[in-house]
Design a binder for this molecule. Sequence first.
Ligand code: CP
Length: 308
Amino acid sequence: MKLQHVYEAQQFTLPLLLELFERADALERIVKRGGTRDYRHKIMATLFYEPSTRTRFSFESAMLRLGGSVISTERAQDFSSVTMGETLEDTIRVVNNYADVIVLRSNEVGGAKRASLVSSIPVINAGDGKGGQHPTQALLDLYTIYKSAQTIEGVKVAMVGNLADGRTVRSLAYLLGKFDRVKLYFVAPPALQMKPDILEYLSRHNCWFTLESDMKKVLPEVDVLYVTRIEQEVLDKHEKINREIASSYFVNESVMQSLPSHSLIMHPLPRLSEIDPKVDGDQRAAYFHQTYNGVLIRMALLTSLWEG
Ligand code: CP
C-alpha cells in the first residue's frame, strides 16, 4: 500500500480498497486462530481529543491481536500537554519518538491532515471535528457491504439523518463514489442535507445520487439503509426540525416491512432513538457486526501502512 498517512477517504483508490479487503479477510483467518505476534516490536499511540468507544477500542484490539503494544490518552483535551498550550504539531513531533503509528481523533476539521504534515510515522484520522471525515469508519462500512454482497458495484445505499455534520457518511460517500453503477440516496431534512463539496465530488465522478426528505419513498429500492443520529443539539439549533420531524427518520418494525429482505441496516453507533432495539434481532441489522469488521479492517490498515 502506497499511503503514508490516512486523513481522508479520497486517498483510497479502487485497487487499494480491494487490497485492503483481501488483507482483512486473511487477517480474519489469523484472528480465528488466536492472532499473531508478528508485530510485537510495534507501538501504536492513540491520541483522542474527543470521546470514543468503538474507534479507540477497535484500533487497540487490532494492535493487540497483531502482537503489538498500545500507549494511549483517551481524553487528550484534559490530560495531555494541550492543557498547557502545546500545539497539536508539537505533540505529534514528540509522540513520533514513542510510537510507530499515531491514531488521532481531533476535535478540529483537518486536524489529522495537519498532524500528518509534521509526522514521520503514519497518522491515521480516527474522526476529525464536526463535518470532517472518519475514513476508517467508512472503510469498515464498505467492507461490511462487500462481505455481505461480495461486490460494491451497483449497490444502492440510502444515508439517513444528519448528513451535513456526519463525518462517517461524508467519508462513506467519497468511497462509494469510486465504484461503478452505485446509487446514493441522501435522506434528510433540507437543513441537514449532504454538503455541496460531496455532491460536487460525486457529480465529477459520474456517481448517481438524489436528495430526498421522505425516507419512506426510498425504502423499497435500497440495498443498504445507513442510519445516523440527529442529535439534541441539532434539534436545538434548527427551529424547523422538531422531534416529530426527526422521528420520521427512525427505523422501527414498520420501516423494516418496507425494506427488501436482502438489505442491510447499518449505523456507525452509538445510536440514540433512531433504531428501535426491537430491530436488533432482524437478520438485516448489521450494526453490531460492523464493529467486529472494524477490528479486521483496522488490522489490515495498520499492517498495510507498515509494509508499504
Ligand atoms: N463509530 C464511532 O466512531 O464510534 P466511537 O465514537 O465510539 O468511536
